[in-house]
Design a binder for this molecule. Sequence first.
Ligand code: NAD
Length: 490
Amino acid sequence: MEPKLFIDGAWQSAAEGAAIDVIDPASERIFATCAAGSATDIDRAVAAAKRAGQGAWGRTTGRERAVILRAIAAGIEAEMDALARLEVRDNGKPLPEALGDISDAAYCFNLYATYAEALDAKQGEQIAVPDDRFKTTVKYVPSGVAGLIVPWNYPLLMAAWKVAPALAAGCTLVLKPSEYTPLSALELARICHAAGVLPGVVNVVTGYGQAAGARLATHPDVRKLAFTGSVPTGIAVATAAAKDVKSLSLELGGKSPIVVFDDADIEQVVEWVMFGIFWNQGQVCSATSRLIVQSAIAGPLIDRLSEETKKITIGNGMTEGVLLGPLVSKTQYDKVLAYIEAGKREANLVCGGGRPPGFNAGYFVEPTIFTGVSPDARIWKEEIFGPVLSVAAFKSEDEALALANDTEFGLAAAVMTQDLERAARVADRFEAGVVWINCSQPNFLEPPWGGMKHSGVGRELGTWGLMNFLEPKQITAYQSSDPWGWYLKR
Ligand code: NAD
């Protein structure tokens, strides 16, 4: 069957009729195709979104939108298993992780349903001004057509993080998923339609970044751009947004530190360090990929870490018990292996270091640990986005913080210690948008999410995520019967 785009409430052929092969990263076999949307398709989708925003959807209350959001959540929940299996084939991640993603996506729609309802109560709230001849209120109006561009590491979840707040705010949208993992976004379009989303409110255009993505970023009728992806693409999107003064939020890369003090419980540290770098094959923006460990416990910690890392079951994400699947694509596989080769020249390889033995197909990479990594090494400075941990040792708290903050990124940081005063002090001094104490990666949808420095602009999730898609409008009324009396003197 010809792959289609979802535009204006209907499945439509791509204008240029081109298609993209979708590859199962565990087998390297093509298992689906998606349409390669072009600038023309983006133009049609944006036009549909603009029309829909001017129609009935633009007049809905938050309470009415909450009904739709909850129906989308229910639609996702009803297909949890099938969606998770689709995500495994598309992305490679182990099935339990994919099930967690889909469950979180449904939770996200339910959460933004409550925020949409709460928004009604905030509409028209009065702001105290120091002149009682005036009455000032604030209304929150949708930003307009939102362009949503997402990556491949959590395909449906990253889409949900944007689609749910955009709909809660009353925006209409065009979603452009990654060309590597386009399938669950198309399922989301179908679920939204079945949930009663009006035609044109949600449009999904699959396609390459350079074509469909770039047009979405530059389209003059897109008033809000929400982007998640790499720093170079984020800069291209931000440049396009600046030229047209679009509202912008960016969720970009990271090279997050996990600082371990010598009073920390080694078994807990091993668990969280592994979770912080091997979960989702290390393809996590906030992965704690730099372990900064106090010298006194470096030896025993690395021994335990490498012992447990070697036990990780690698395989097809569909196989029970597998904890590490393949990387998403050949491109990512080649990139990660090139970093591992650089690491072998720059540092000491403790475990892993390449393709796991016995795997003839699939983009599999062993979980890999390097020690003695210098702050100048590429594997210390650059985002690898794979299961590769770089370790360096420190003596003092100041030295640990200097190492932790010496990075262009500022997405996340973690500290492990039993001294909670020290943990609080270190948390304050981390230059990062998200800080974890005695853990790494737990992610709730209510707090703000986002990074400092090159890790991004703005915050997603929670009510911060909702505000991304709203324009606060000030309405000030002169309510005195006295004349203003500046020009017209009595
Ligand atoms: P990417 O930048 O290559 O692609 C992201 C999206 O942008 C894709 O949909 C792609 O098609 C599109 N795109 C590519 N070129 C474009 C262009 N010129 N104009 C508009 N769109 C374009 O990133 P990726 O490889 O898909 O994802 C990995 C990156 O995402 C990593 O750097 C990771 O850290 C980051 N990420 C960040 C977060 C976060 O919350 N901060 C979350 C997930 C991933």
